[in-house]
Design a protein around this ligand. Structure first.
Ligand code: FAD
Ligand code: NAD
Length: 475
């Protein structure tokens, strides 16, 4: 009972899980003429993750880096159904997806199961906490929009508490110590953004407190940014030193407490460091729904890093009905937006081709049924056999090629209007860093941001920050 989904029963149904980089790229590029498309995601928008750290310090407004999924799907040849819900289970045998509305306001129906012919599986990954005590409850993540907003709020709260009359120097130092855990690109960018906030704004608005603000970056490995070249690692470390951001390598976080972080130092000694904010940017792991799906798919899915797919992004062991893209997969590529968006665009072409093939096969079957009937005049019979020939030949031309990734380079913002870039160039890597790269970084993001609307909002925010500085009011 209840309102039926607007499906065309003559067409196959594709259920898309997720509205991130992979799914959005698929939606933007697919020709859905031949498919019913249903998108399920707990977020009814696409989040432009590369600019998320800028939201945490107020360089950008949160909404500037969101794009409603309905904006993405509105120009598609057929209507796409967008459902705000969390997929809780995939049954690869009966080909169904179960999903639930997990928001505070629910209607009378808030959970259901629907069938699919094909599944485009792109729910991304979740934050890895390694079950370290206190991380989940006391640290701030940098993965979702809410994380950036919470971090901004927490830091501003620390700042105002530090400004409270009578606070001791030791307490001010504690409140204004920001510890960023993880020397991957996320941690580096967060540290860089905090440094900019301090230099550009806090020194002016909180002159008596600014000298107490300290940023420490903690990394378990011997160096930060392992995916970048040595030259760029050195450039980043030098730049951080100049910016007075402390880098502690070979140091592991063991626990996060209310007012401190417990570290295991390179000599294995344990040190408790007082701090006001801990940002946890120590990597990702697969979601529970993905781990369950892997179990259901059996022995072929034996990689703990994620779903194994073939060269056509088909999930191994799914019998060809499930495709996976992005961070949820275990491939030879890094789990990045660049990879997820290229996989999404590739898979969209695969589906466009499959749709074309379905339509041609249907036409051929119709023509063959007509053949069984009397065709009247010899002219009609000739035209009929010519059409069969042309449809058959068009069908043979529908070719589906394997995915191939084209690396456009790695780019990271490191603060002080500097960025680093590893760019593949003439079969080698050129590494560049500095203000020119930063300008390139900004223009690259402006052009890769999906819509004109987002580009405009981000450009206006950047100008607003330049002219008026970042907002230090707390909601
Ligand atoms: P996501 O983009 O994470 O999308 C997953 C989607 O699935 C989301 O819409 C989510 O709401 C939805 N979802 C989750 N659970 C469910 C469920 N149960 N049911 C249905 N839907 C679900 N990469 C780069 O290449 N360059 C960068 O500069 C860069 N910067 C980054 C900065 C930050 C702060 C972060 C966190 C990441 C950055 N990345 C960058 C990495 C990049 O964001 C990821 O690799 C990319 O998002 C992966 O795309 P995806 O589609 O697999 O997953
Ligand atoms: P990451 O996995 O790249 O880095 C996490 C870091 O945290 C690792 O270096 C790890 O050694 C460290 N770590 C883990 N546990 C720790 C502990 N207990 N104590 C101290 N350190 C610990 O994670 P990320 O930076 O979030 O990046 C995730 C993915 O997104 C990567 O593929 C990355 O390339 C991509 N990304 C790219 C960009 C960019 O290109 N500008 C920006 C952000 C993210």
């Amino acid at each position: 009972p209840g309102k039926q989904l607007p499906l065309d029963s003559t067409k196959k149904t594709v259920v898309v899980i997720g509205s991130g980089w992979g799914a959005t790229s698929w939606l933007r590029n697919v020709d859905n003429t031949e498919f019913n498309v249903i998108v399920i995601s707990p977020k009814n928008y696409f989040l432009f993750t590369p600019l998320l750290p800028s939201v945490a310090v107020g360089t950008l407004s949160p909404r500037s880096i969101l794009q409603p999924t309905r904006f993405v799907t509105r120009h598609k040849p057929r209507q796409v159904q967008v459902i705000e819900a969390e997929a809780t289970d995939v049954d690869p045998v009966n080909k169904t997806v179960t999903f639930a509305d997990n928001t505070p306001i629910k209607g009378a129906v808030s959970a259901t199961t629907i069938p699919y012919d094909y599944l485009v599986y792109a729910p991304g990954a979740e934050v890895q906490t390694f079950n370290i005590p206190g991380i989940k409850e006391k640290a701030c993540f940098m993965k979702e929009l809410g994380d950036a907003e919470r971090l901004q709020d927490r830091f501003m709260d620390c700042l105002e508490s530090a400004a409270f009359p009578g606070q001791s120097d030791a307490e001010i130092d504690r409140l204004l110590h920001v510890v960023v855990v993880g020397g991957g690109p996320t941690g580096i960018e967060v540290a860089g953004e905090f440094h900019d906030f301090l230099e550009d704004d806090l020194k002016a608005w909180y002159p008596e407190l600014a000298q107490h603000i300290r940023i420490t970056l903690v990394e378990a490995l011997p160096s930060v940014l392992p995916m970048f070249s040595k030259q760029l690692i050195d450039f980043t470390e030098t730049s951080f030193k100049e910016s007075k951001i402390d880098i502690m390598t070979k140091t592991m976080v063991k626990e996060v407490k209310d007012e401190s972080v417990v570290l295991q130092m390179p000599d294995k000694s344990i040190v408790e460091v007082p701090c006001g904010v801990v940002v946890w940017a120590a990597g990702n792991r697969q979601r529970a729904i993905t781990m369950n799906l892997m179990k259901k798919l059996g022995a072929e899915q034996d990689n703990r890093r994620g779903l194994l797919v073939d060269d056509y992004m088909q999930v191994k062991g799914s019998g060809g009905s499930i495709y996976a893209i992005g961070d949820v997969t275990a491939t030879s590529y890094a789990p990045t937006a660049q990879v997820a968006s290229q996989e999404g665009a590739y898979l969209a072409r695969v589906f466009s081709q499959m749709g074309k093939k379905d339509a041609l096969e249907r036409r051929l079957a119709d023509l063959r049924t007509e053949e069984a009937k009397a065709l009247g005049t010899p002219e009609a019979a000739k035209a009929h056999s010519e059409e069969i020939e042309s449809v058959s030949s068009a069908l043979q031309k529908v070719k589906i090629r394997p995915f191939s990734y084209s690396h456009q380079g790695s780019l990271a913002y490191i603060g002080s209007e500097k960025a680093i870039a590893d760019l593949p160039f003439m079969n080698g890597n050129i590494a560049s860093g500095g203000v020119a790269t930063y300008l390139f970084w900004r223009s690259a993001y402006l052009t890769t941001l999906f819509s004109l609307r987002n580009r405009t909002l981000v450009a206006v925010d950047w100008m607003r920050t330049k002219v008026f500085g970042r907002d230090v009011s707390r909601e």
